[in-house]
Design a protein around this ligand. Structure first.
Ligand code: 5GP
Length: 119
């Protein structure tokens, strides 16, 4: 669970511009983009541009604050754009918890009444 991420992980490659992604928002410290296998329309992910944390357990407080500020912006933009009935903000730590990319990220998943809840 601990330690820093492997530079070959898919989100590091996205940050390096080595694989494409659909950008939703970007600032000096954070990057938000669409999930490639969305649980619902508008499912997005937010990552730090500089923290090497694998997950929330070891992330620098400053990086976490920057990422969460962007999570709030993107969640509100998602609400304005798609008018969902609810929004999940989710983050997984370790493979048994469902983590598949070992590079800290937060999911923002719009939810609609009557559609599968996911996670
Ligand atoms: P985790 O289960 O680790 O919290 O979620 C990783 C997420 O990353 C999954 O929802 C998966 O669909 C997404 N993902 C994996 N590879 C890529 C990729 O190459 N591009 C994008 N945009 N998302 C990816």
């Amino acid at each position: 669970l601990d330690g820093t991420y492997d530079d070959g992980n898919v989100f590091a490659l996205i940050l390096a511009g080595k694989i494409p992604s659909t950008r939703l928002y970007e600032d000096e410290h954070t990057y938000a983009f669409l999930d490639i296998q969305p649980q619902s329309k508008g499912h997005s992910l937010v990552i730090s541009k500089w923290s090497k944390a694998r997950n929330i357990l070891d992330v620098e407080d400053e990086a976490l604050a920057q990422v969460m500020a962007t999570v709030k912006k993107v969640a509100n933009a998602t609400r304005r754009a798609l008018d969902p009935d609810g929004i999940h903000v989710a983050q997984f730590n370790g493979a048994p918890a469902g983590q598949t990319v070992f590079h800290l990220h937060f999911h923002i998943v719009p939810r609609w009444e009557g559609q599968p809840r996911g996670f």
